[in-house]
Design a protein around this ligand. Sequence first.
Ligand SMILES: C[S@@+](CC[C@H](N)C(=O)[O-])C[C@H]1O[C@@H](n2cnc3c(N)ncnc32)[C@H](O)[C@@H]1O
Length: 292
Amino acid sequence: MYRSPFGGTRAIAAAVVAVADHRLDEDEHAWIGKIEALKDELASHTDMAITFIDHGAGDPGDDVTTAEMARGRSVTRTLAEICRGAAIAYKWRLFLFRLVRLFKPSSCIELGTSLGISAAFQAAALELNEKGCLSTLEGSEALAAIAQGNFRRLGLERVRVRIGRFQDTLDRVLGEHAPVDYVFIDGHHDEEATIGYYEQMLPHLSNDALLIFDDILWYEGMQRAWKRLTNYRHVRVAVDLGEVGVCIMSKEASPMLRERYTLPFVGWSIKGRLRRARGSWLRNAVVRSLWG
Ligand SMILES: C[S@@+](CC[C@H](N)C(=O)[O-])C[C@H]1O[C@@H](n2cnc3c(N)ncnc32)[C@H](O)[C@@H]1O
């Protein structure tokens, strides 16, 4: 796992910049091209319907109850719809890829596999790092089977799908992976559930572990969850990138070392992003990464 005198903040900034520049070496380009081609193929299946059990919070305004989430709701979508609706956007896939390349975690977990697109990006980065493994958790057997097939087709050997509700599988996976260096949380976007998973993970994390939360703007509940998370004393660094929030943890948790940044990474223009950035340390780190 990456360690630096800047405690990883600079590496997050470097990841943002590398994504904005679309900076990829030949091997990285080859992996990403392969995964994107597979994703485009999945997205072309507009007539292949999949019925699966969804244990998530649904879309904003769905008002799914805790009991419904625990029981799961039967949902039917085409493969194209799942691909469009569930997979994290390209720039965030690249961002995850870049974080794994930079931080070189050994032990990684993802909550929310769906078709395995984000997992494939992170697992490809692990392949290129030549170290580390990823367990990705998915409640739907139907989706997990498709994801597993995708990993096989891509030749990704450092990723494994764990089938079952997070409520039932996370404990065991955490025990197997501890100390956990890296977690990407992209499922069950419910305020209390998100806080609950976070608290469950805490004792199993390595010092300097990286936690990435998707959809922190999804609806008020997720915005509150992100705010609550950033108030935990073990969150040393919290970077709000707009849709995605990144935390770097610390066992020492001194209030003196706390860093909080907002860098809405919504556009691709570096000038625009820097103008919007608050939190001068991160902005300076981005500038330094750009211009030495
Ligand atoms: C947004 S999708 C994940 C997308 C994927 N990370 C990507 O970017 O390619 C969320 C997934 O989490 C799963 N999920 C949601 N809540 C869950 C729970 N409580 N237990 C297990 N799986 C859950 C859903 O079935 C869905 O496939």
